[in-house]
Design a protein around this ligand. Structure first.
Ligand SMILES: [Zn+2]
Length: 232
């Protein structure tokens, strides 16, 4: 449990959000920035900026527009996604979950971090390394495999008669591609090759660990959504 928290305090009137991002250290709050009549995406971008500036801090959301709304700490997985990949975090709170009415498209969130740091974030998509434009590291065996039509198929690490077959998005950064976490978990392999920071620098992650990590992420995301979606 972190000692310090970046706290987003806000109220919502229709689609505009007014409040503060503050740093709370042992119960004492110091303002980082205020905002008024701001879109949801922009407000969350401020929140993300502050989290990146205070890397050791946890994240808390507080709505102050109605009595009885408590301080809601965000879980570690979702906090890291918000910190490292605000666009993905905001998208997951607005489009996929459809839990927030948002008149401005979430892509308004300014992307200020590169794919190198985003690759370390855990979420609905996992980053895989890429080289020579069309080769990616197979999560099943760690070998370089060529991608055809956005599909990675590796016949060198067949498990239970099931080859690795994943939808791969080749990002506009030549070093990276990404694949849906759900598809990885649908494979029969016992472990997956993901040498990422979220895996504590290890080369392999066991499928049970990846599965429980993803379930934790989905739970935290739903909680974060339910906080922001509470009717104002
Ligand atoms: Zn493979």
């Amino acid at each position: 449990m972190p000692d310090r928290f970046v706290v987003l305090v806000y109220k919502r009137v229709r689609e505009s959000h007014t409040g503060w991002v503050v740093l709370r250290d042992k119960g004492i709050s110091a303002p980082i920035r205020g905002f008024s009549s701001t879109s949801f995406a922009k407000m969350m971008t401020y929140f993300s900026d502050a989290l990146r500036a205070h890397e050791d801090a946890g994240a808390v959301i507080e709505r102050n527009d109605r009595p009885g709304i408590k301080s809601m700490p965000l879980g570690p997985e979702f906090t890291e996604l918000l910190r490292n990949d605000p666009v993905a975090a905001i998208r997951s709170m607005t489009v996929e979950a459809i839990c927030v009415q948002e008149s401005n498209p979430p892509r308004q969130a300014v992307l200020r971090v590169g794919h190198d740091s985003m690759a370390d974030a855990f979420g609905d998509k996992l980053y895989i390394r890429r080289r020579f434009s069309v080769q990616v590291e197979c999560p099943g065996c760690g070998r370089w495999v060529r991608v055809f039509d956005n599909i990675l198929e590796c016949i060198r690490c067949i498990k239970d008669n099931k080859p690795v077959r994943l939808t791969v998005e080749l990002l506009n950064d030549v070093n990276w591609a990404c694949t849906p976490t759900k598809e990885v978990l649908a494979l029969k392999h016992d472990k997956f090759f993901f040498p990422r920071a979220w895996n504590n620098g290890r080369v392999w992650v066991k499928r049970e660990d990846l599965k429980s990590r993803y379930e934790q992420f989905v739970k935290e995301k739903e909680e974060a959504c339910s906080i922001v979606a509470t009717k104002g």
